[in-house]
Design a binder for this molecule. Structure first.
Ligand code: IFM
Length: 435
């Protein structure tokens, strides 16, 4: 059973999260082309070649979507702004785009929902991607200007503002593994992207503060447990390398702790020249950190070039997309973050959620939410300052290279008619949050 609101500290926020490209529909409102459009238009990159052109038509249906949040009893809504909608060619402002986010924020406030803004959740204007995207240091200033443009319009009304969602996905998943746009598999591109994405974050924070931003600026990182697949020293070393790349690179840099040794062993030769001089700019003081948590993975040693890791399927119950379900990992990360990296900085759980190939009867999702809320409570009991739980996602939506197949939503979307139907999990959350 989902723990009741009354079993959390007063002021703990419950919400749901989405992102622009995954729900809005890029065909509406003057959005420019993004690198996700061209990635999806390349055969073999996404499930059935699907893209975000229609999304969930949230651009047209945002008012009733906000009603779904309000009617569930949520306190907050985490959303992102599309870079390609706001600056279609990377430089020129699209007034329609800013008007949309202005209406959206006012719509949240009118419904008593606190707006949690993420500036960038992955759709980069094609014009900037063509110039090398995250590989080109130029992107740092473009990104800061994008954040400043959005903030100047809606920053006065948002509860919090995060620069980036999941820089691991922006850099490693997209430039080393090739699973996301721009679909590269190149360690040099990866090293440049992993550094520039953090420099862009720090530079944007500094620019926003110079513009007078309130003390509500943060960063959203994803964390994934990396366990050794067996007892061998090689598997333990492989898991440690994976942990450094995924779980420590970004948080250490943001917190002024430098890049982790196990990751530098492979990446240092591929970082942009003079990277050391950027570390101070990257480590801008933050007001909070967002934590996204879904799963754990198991690693063994692989022959070949660094990082010599291979993922091995684990024994735990799995989701529709084969992710192991392990709620205690959430407690472990929250406790570890406070202990090793963030100290007293407030932590917001900005995403946790599950894909099941269900329709509207979703008992397994209810069990997932219950277990992960209990995991958050366990961290609170250990003294971690956890301030929120945002379920991913409000709606079934575009799950990137997996297209519209995985269903993460609390609300079912019929992709023919775009009809929304709250699932049993939406009703169960509403009951837990009532009163
Ligand atoms: O859908 C994604 C989201 O865009 C970022 N975090 C993880 C989710 C589920 O994969």
């Amino acid at each position: 059973m989902i723990p009741k609101r009354s079993s959390f500290p007063p002021g703990f926020l419950f919400g749901a999260a989405t992102s622009a490209y995954q729900i809005e529909g890029t065909q509406f409102g003057g959005t420019g082309p993004s690198h996700w459009d061209s990635f999806a238009a390349t055969p073999g990159n996404t499930f059935q070649g699907q893209d975000g052109s229609r999304g969930c038509e949230h651009y047209l249906r945002w008012e009733s979507d906000l009603d779904l949040l309000k009617d569930a009893g949520f306190d907050a809504y985490r959303f992102s702004t599309s870079w390609a909608r706001v600056l279609p060619d990377g430089r020129t402002v699209n007034p329609e785009g800013l008007d949309f986010y202005d209406r959206l924020v006012d719509g949240m406030l009118a419904r008593g929902l606190k707006p949690f803004l993420t500036f960038h959740h992955w759709d980069m204007p094609s014009a900037l991607a063509t110039r090398g995207g995250w590989q080109n240091r130029e992107i740092v200033d473009h990104f800061a200007r994008f954040c400043q443009t959005v903030y100047a319009r809606i920053g006065d009304r948002v509860e919090t503002a995060a620069t980036l969602n999941e820089p691991w996905c922006i850099s490693w998943l997209s430039h080393f593994m090739g699973f996301h746009a721009p679909g590269l598999r190149d360690i040099r591109a990866t090293g440049h992207a992993m550094h520039h994405v953090m420099l862009a974050h720090g530079t944007a924070i500094a620019a926003l503060r110079a513009d007078g931003a309130r003390d509500h600026l943060g960063l959203v990182l994803n964390f994934e447990t990396a366990h050794p697949a067996d007892d061998s020293a090689e598997a333990r070393a492989a898991a440690a390398r994976q942990d450094a790349i995924y779980n420590r690179w970004f948080v250490q840099a943001a917190m002024g702790q430098g890049y982790p040794t196990e990751a530098m062993e492979g990446l240092e030769p591929h970082l942009p020249k003079g990277w050391q001089d950027d570390l101070a700019m990257i480590a801008q003081p933050l007001d909070w950190l967002g934590v996204n948590y879904y799963t754990r993975k198991n690693y063994a040693h692989a022959p070949g070039p660094w990082p010599q890791t291979v993922e091995v399927p684990g024994p735990l119950p799995k989701t529709q997309i084969d992710w192991e379900i392990r709620p205690e990992g959430l407690t472990e990360f929250l406790v570890r973050l406070k202990r090793d990296h963030t100290g007293d900085l407030p932590l917001y759980i900005t995403e946790s959620g599950v894909a099941f190939a269900d329709e509207t009867d979703d008992p397994n999702r209810i069990a997932y939410i219950a277990a992960h809320l209990q995991a958050a409570q366990a961290a609170l009991a250990e003294g971690v300052d956890v301030r929120s739980f945002f379920y991913w996602s409000l709606l079934d939506n575009y799950e990137w290279s997996l297209g519209y197949l995985p269903r993460f939503g609390l609300v079912h979307v019929d992709y023919e008619t775009m009809e929304r139907t709250p699932k049993a999990s939406w009703h169960a959350l509403r009951e837990a949050l009532a009163g």
